[in-house]
Design a protein around this ligand. Structure first.
Ligand code: SF4
Length: 222
């Protein structure tokens, strides 16, 4: 594809947004939660795990542990057992206990609403903080870059970067701030339903006329 100017890429991004919005009018976070703490815990558990599996685990977990003090005081081995099937359970239990301890000590058990405060909790990275701020508080401080967002941004020619933080910076320049949270939902939904990692369904893709399909020719002859 000939080199695209920043202005042209911005206009194309708006068209992509419009196409995805039309394709997925109900796009939303697919983790189940009923308050910011539950979303924080579910997001920590979602690392290297499907949302479906996390939702199965949290259906029981959220009945057992109802507040930050509950997690902070939990027996480590028991908490590990409770989250076992999400994988990496030792690290995740450690992160959950550590961040809930910090919530209790520094924030009265409540989840804070800023990137700095969230990422200072320990066990909470920028991606998790973006998920919590965007979905629990409706605050757009960044774009969540997971495996789907990274893959689709590259295929769509919105970035050539590989590192999530760098991809995020490029997307923040292209996408209007009030849409940062929704933009990642739209890409994630499209990645799960159409633009699969191994065999993307390009012929039926709702935004195919806007997509240079970077790197896709190698995967499919369509
Ligand atoms: S045209 Fe293909 S590669 Fe591009 S977004 Fe659609 S499914 Fe993905």
């Amino acid at each position: 594809m000939p080199r695209e100017s920043k202005a042209a890429r911005t206009v194309r991004t708006w068209k992509i947004i419009s196409g995805l919005k039309q394709a997925y009018p109900d796009a939303h976070c697919e983790l189940n939660y009923s308050n910011p703490l539950e979303l924080l815990i579910a997001t920590i558990l979602s690392a290297q795990c499907t949302d479906k599996r996390v939702n199965l685990v949290t259906a029981q977990l959220f009945k057992k542990y109802r507040s930050a003090p509950d997690y902070a005081a939990a027996d480590s081995a028991e908490l590990e057992r409770d989250i076992l099937t999400t994988g990496f359970f030792r690290n995740k239990a450690k992160s959950i206990k550590g961040c809930c301890r910090a919530l209790v000590e520094k924030h009265g058990g409540k989840v804070p609403r800023t990137m700095d405060e969230l990422t200072e909790l320990g066990g909470v990275g920028r991606k998790t903080a973006n998920v919590v701020l965007g979905n629990a508080f409706n605050i757009n401080t960044g774009v969540v870059v997971d495996t789907h967002v990274a893959r689709l941004s590259q295929r769509l020619g919105l970035t050539r970067e590989k590192a999530p933080e760098k991809i995020e910076q490029e997307l923040m320049e292209l996408v209007p701030q009030e849409l940062w949270t929704m933009f990642s939902h739209w890409l994630i939904w499209h990645g799960r339903r159409r633009c699969y990692a191994r065999n993307p369904d390009c012929p039926n893709c709702e935004i195919k006329s806007l997509c240079p399909r970077i790197g896709v020719a190698k995967l499919t002859s369509r």
